[in-house]
Ligand binder design. Structure first.
Ligand code: HEM
Length: 204
């Protein structure tokens, strides 16, 4: 029997193959520094205004912010990334008021110490290896793991997108591919600057 082939256009997500096509030939720096990278990364305790500013400085929109945060559908985190939310949010032994209280209790039982780097916390409990829209269902219920996840509810545009992606996984998956392409365009070097890496995570 003839096999149906799905043509995946740039930035489109194929549900069956979980694929999207990215642009190639990106010129990157010849130096790779974790310290430099960290300076440019958002923080899990960032609020919405800071997140929007950080993304805008990389030419990424509110939509990119909302949809790329959906990458937290997969993977795990560790206690130091949420410790402040659980016990010391404003340095008064309080917890983050935006976090669902039952979920906060559950997380406090898992994270006994803010320095515990070994306990693994699934971003989406029970489904952290499946790339789907479950993350948005959690965020909408104030059960996003990070303050930065919950922050998406604090702006009308990003909040609208959280609810939209919660209700339409297909829309999320399609938009995700497009925003990954946008992210791949951040700070591309031009002319003879830098190099096109043979393996993207390493300098040649
Ligand atoms: C919006 C701002 C973002 C913040 C503040 C943020 C923060 C974090 C933090 C704190 C962790 C867990 C680190 C740990 O405790 O070990 C994490 C994990 C992760 N992030 Fe983000 N992130 C953001 C956006 C993104 C984006 C744009 C992507 C990709 C498109 C992404 C993909 C991931 C993945 C896949 C993991 C899991 C890693 C693993 O399982 O080892 N995040 N993020």
């Amino acid at each position: 029997m003839e096999q149906a082939t799905k043509v995946v256009t740039k930035g489109e997500w194929s549900k069956d193959g979980n694929l999207y096509e990215v642009e190639t030939g990106r010129r990157d720096g010849r130096v790779s520094s974790a310290k430099e990278a960290v300076k440019n990364l958002p923080d899990s305790f960032d609020g919405i205004r800071k997140l929007i500013k950080r993304f805008a400085s990389k030419n990424l929109s509110l939509k990119d912010l909302a949809v790329l945060s959906g990458a937290h559908a997969i993977g795990k985190s560790h206690c130091p990334s949420i410790a402040k939310r659980l016990r010391n949010f404003t340095a008064h032994h309080d917890s983050d008021p935006t976090l669902d209280t039952a979920y906060a209790d559950r997380l406090r039982r898992r994270c006994r110490s803010p320095r515990d780097r070994t306990t693994e916390l699934e971003m989406v409990p029970g489904s952290s290896e499946t790339f789907d829209a479950a993350y948005y269902g959690l965020v909408a219920k104030r059960r996003g793991l990070f303050h930065s996840d919950e922050a998406l509810l604090r702006n009308d545009v990003t909040r609208g997108l959280v609810l939209r992606y919660r209700d339409s996984e297909e829309t999320f998956l399609r938009d995700f591919g497009a925003s990954m392409v946008n992210m791949g365009r951040v700070a591309v070097l031009t002319g003879s600057q830098g190099e096109i890496r043979k393996t993207c995570a390493f300098v040649n």
